[in-house]
Design a protein around this ligand. Structure first.
Ligand code: FES
Length: 204
């Protein structure tokens, strides 16, 4: 056995909403003892991996600590709250600049699930349809606070309810970019849901 274990379970690398303590526990034999929030702050904008100690076979005679390399999302500055205009989307790439990384940040003008800011109305989502990868750029509908219809098969997503499907051929919600606000700065810190075309959101 190697002295270092790599955590490569895709499910563990699709960010989940933090629990009440802000902790995340990857699946598998080991138990991660570091909070997701600490991962994010420690990783900085340019680092995508981090080493933590994990306990293999917890609660057994074979239990032992090993270092584990864990991929984590970059904390990326994507905009200023004061510069957002209601119903005017801003495009940015996340979590990298590879395929299907196009995403949008928008101030909806009404509270939304996962929204940040004083009105909890600032959200961000992938710009790639979950059905077959249709481009959703330019399809924002201010009246409905929705993205779509997709130019390929008409899927439309509700941005006030975590990107849930309103209509069309898709059967998965639109991946939501998790945001943090620090002063006037808006940071992307993770993705909730699997981005179309990726087996792992953090693939190189
Ligand atoms: S690719 Fe968007 S609905 Fe089919």
């Amino acid at each position: 056995m190697t002295s270092q274990t790599k955590v490569n379970n895709p499910a563990a690398r699709v960010a989940s909403p933090p629990d009440s303590k802000g902790d995340v526990v990857p699946s598998g034999a080991g138990k991660c003892v570091m909070s997701r929030r600490n991962f994010l702050f420690a990783s900085g904008a340019a680092t995508a991996t981090f080493t933590v100690m994990m306990v293999l076979n917890p609660g057994t005679a074979q239990a032992k600590k090993v270092p584990a390399t864990v991929a984590t999302y970059p904390r990326k500055l994507i905009g200023k709250l004061s510069q957002l205009k209601e119903d005017v989307p801003v495009e940015f790439p996340y979590p990298d600049e590879g395929a299907y990384s196009e995403a949008m940040l928008v101030k909806l003008g009404k509270p939304a699930g996962g929204g940040i800011g004083p009105r909890k109305d600032v959200v961000a989502f992938s710009y790639t349809c979950t059905h077959q990868g249709g481009p959703l750029a330019g399809t924002y509908k201010p009246k409905d606070k929705a993205l779509g219809p997709c130019p390929l098969h008409l899927s439309t997503y509700d941005l006030t309810r975590h990107g849930i499907l309103i209509s069309g051929q898709a059967y998965q919600s639109l991946p939501q970019i998790l945001l943090e606000l620090e002063g006037d700065n808006i940071y992307a810190v993770g993705v909730f849901g699997l981005i179309f075309g990726r087996f792992d959101n953090l693939q190189g």
